[in-house]
Write a protein of this length. Structure first.
Ligand code: PA5
Length: 445
């Protein structure tokens, strides 16, 4: 087991009988998932993905990653939401948020098409000047505005730099197998394409080409990532929360939610986990936040955010619970230096490994927050490795599906995302939206 759920910090918040009471609902959710009878059951491809993936495409991803590594200094990944968060989370988690500044023999990687910022696009274009560039545009629908705009910009840039033929060798497209304008356009242009499987939604797609190609370009072992996910798949097959920590996590979330704990804060103690938290927030927010229900997913990195949100968590409105990720075995140690003048009075820590201080900060914070009325779920993750991260990805995906079914929502759709798009298109004057435009403009005044 690469992850252990420690429930010590839930004492006083959840009674033993509450676990027994919720078990039938966990079992019902398990049944819906495994028998594919629940809402959104045509989007369950991710459940078997770590074992039952397209081996031929997997090999193509690896060889394409090598080709990209050899042919560029800068690799631009274009996508939004589930089409970029997983790759960025894994790269930053396993390499570093400062990956681009590290000494390495793999290309710098930047993410575009995940915002509507002229400043961001202009910055990236200037970074590309004088560099060899490849791009990977990732969009299941192929019509999402943000990545489509960025694709226009970077395709133009590549075509100006290398000519249309040269650009073809540098543009890689991850999209639907058959449908959509992006697939049709790629075939027409002769770009190499990778598949977002029909039955895998964006936020569950990190272990498909969506995540795996950029992750492999960063030099990360995608076999080990998949192996971790597959072992998690096998480990979490029993529906009893007495044996299944993944389901127990889903059960605890629902017990706490029903007691008014409507915000979950994912807590990391490593700066490299920041984007993983963002991936998790999208996974849970988009899966559960619907039908006027759902736990609001928030995140922090401690101890940094103990000096910003720490006050609120300790003392603010008591509608919170925390899920703390503790990486048990650190890959890096760092001894605190001695200061003969002991200016800061910290010489009692001279020679102490910073990991020890971090662990102690975590223990102190856990106890303080519990004393302040915040239930804490502690997830002890074995180490910072491809294997453990793959395991954790599957853990959270599976728990999300079970939790969503227990909440009574379809965890696999995202109808709410369309609302802003329609308004934006109408206000921008997209043909067909004329009447809506008038109504919206009247409201804007
Ligand atoms: O999780 C999801 O389904 C969404 O976040 C999508 O990934 C996101 O909206 C991007 O969609 P697309 O890949 O179609 O451009």
């Amino acid at each position: 087991m690469a992850i252990k759920l420690n429930d010590n910090y839930l004492n006083g918040f959840i009674l033993d009988q509450e676990y027994s009471a919720i078990q039938p609902q966990v079992s019902a959710a398990h049944k819906m998932l495994t028998e594919r009878t629940g809402l959104g059951s045509n989007f369950l491809g991710w459940t078997t993905l770590p074992d039952d993936y397209d081996k031929q495409e997997f090999a193509a991803i690896k060889s394409c990653a090598q080709k990209i590594q050899k042919s560029c200094d800068v690799f631009i990944v274009i996508g939004i939401g589930g089409s970029y968060l997983g790759a960025r989370a894994v790269i930053e988690y396993l390499k570093s948020p400062l990956y681009n500044s590290l000494k390495k023999d793999t290309p710098d990687i930047y993410f575009a098409g995940c915002n509507i910022s002229a400043a961001s696009i202009a910055e990236l274009l200037s970074i590309c000047e004088g560099k060899d560039v490849c791009i990977n545009v990732i969009s299941k629908s192929g019509t999402t505005t943000e990545p489509a705009v960025a694709f226009r910009v970077f395709r133009n840039m590549l075509e100006e730099k290398y000519g249309v033929e040269g650009a073809k060798e540098r543009i890689f497209v991850t999209t639907d197998r058959q449908k959509g304008t992006l697939k049709a356009f790629s075939d027409q242009m002769g770009y190499q394409t990778f598949v977002v499987p029909d039955d895998v939604g964006g936020r569950f797609s990190v272990l498909t080409a969506v995540g795996l190609l950029p992750i492999a370009v960063a030099g990360i072992d995608i076999d080990a990532l998949m192996k971790g996910a597959d072992d998690a798949r096998l480990a979490y097959s029993d529906d009893c929360i007495c044996k299944n920590d993944c389901y127990k996590y889903a059960a605890i979330r629902n017990i706490l939610y029903r007691k008014g704990k409507t915000t979950e804060i994912l807590v990391g103690y490593e700066t490299y986990a920041q984007m993983f938290n963002e991936w998790w927030k999208q996974l849970y927010g988009e899966s559960e936040g619907k039908d006027q229900k759902g736990i609001f997913p928030a995140s922090v990195i401690f101890s940094t955010d103990l000096h910003s949100l720490g006050q609120y968590i300790q003392d603010g409105m008591r509608n919170l619970f925390e899920t703390v990720i503790s990486i048990e075995n650190s890959d890096v140690t760092f001894e605190i230096p001695n200061d003969p003048a002991n200016v800061d009075g910290l010489n009692f820590l001279s020679g102490v490994d910073l990991n020890v201080v971090k662990k102690t900060a975590m223990q102190g914070t856990l106890l303080a927050h519990v004393d302040g009325g915040v239930p804490n779920i502690l997830l002890e993750v074995k180490d910072r490795s491809e294997y453990s991260l793959g395991y954790m990805i599957y853990f959270f995906e599976l728990a999300c599906a079970i939790s969503g079914y227990m909440l009574g929502v379809n965890p696999f759709d995202q109808p709410g995302v369309e609302a802003y798009k329609k308004n934006m298109f109408a206000l921008l004057g997209k043909p067909g939206y004329e009447e809506m435009k008038q109504k919206l403009e009247a409201r804007l005044g």
